[in-house]
Design a protein around this ligand. Structure first.
Ligand SMILES: [Fe+2]
Length: 183
């Protein structure tokens, strides 16, 4: 039987410390192992009308999610503030648009991006990535007919998500969401 999150050794978040804080590599390893658990992946309810989520127990007190993406859905531009994270496609294919620039997190409403900061990557099943703090991205399922399923993990557990709108080079902060809004 493959490893499921509930079977993984874990440290309750209340006692996690700098010494036990999972790294980006730990989170990527977790999402890779979890995506390989076909029974778990198959247990996610799928809805053609919208994304679906199941909360998982991530390593070292991290926050983890299994997410189902109907064709044509996406997150919109956002970041995860001071959390690092990792995600990996378990089935179907996702696309990530990201900014290869460190943006100040606070103290602005709009920013004009310079040329050359946009990055695109396609993440077919088995492919994923880790990211550092203040990573700004959007994730999409561009398929016209196929669901995608992915596994995500964040540490520290998401304190907030900043949502942006994008018009050409202009990035505008639209909303700051707490995790309870994000679900
Ligand atoms: Fe994200």
């Amino acid at each position: 039987m493959s490893v499921s999150p509930s079977a993984s050794p874990s440290v309750p978040s209340s006692v996690s410390s700098a010494a036990s804080a999972p790294t980006q590599a730990d989170l990527l390893d977790f999402v890779r192992r979890t995506a390989a658990d076909r029974e778990l992946i198959a247990s996610l309810p799928l809805d053609p009308e919208g994304r679906t989520w199941v909360r998982l127990e991530g390593p070292g007190g991290s926050e983890a999610w299994l997410i189902g993406w109907p064709p044509g859905t996406g997150t919109g531009w956002h970041d995860h503030a001071d959390s690092v994270g990792a995600f990996l496609t378990a089935s179907g294919e996702l696309k990530e648009n990201a900014l290869a620039a460190r943006l100040p997190t606070d103290g602005w409403k709009t920013l004009e991006l310079t040329d050359g900061v946009d990055r695109e990557r396609r993440l077919p099943a088995g492919q994923g990535r880790a990211f550092g703090r203040h990573h700004v991205h959007e994730v999409l399922n561009e398929s016209s007919d196929r669901h995608a399923i992915s596994v995500h993990a964040y540490y520290p557990p998401l304190p907030q998500i900043r949502r942006y709108s994008r018009s050409g080079p202009i990035l505008r902060l639209e909303q700051v969401e707490r995790p309870e809004d994000w679900q």
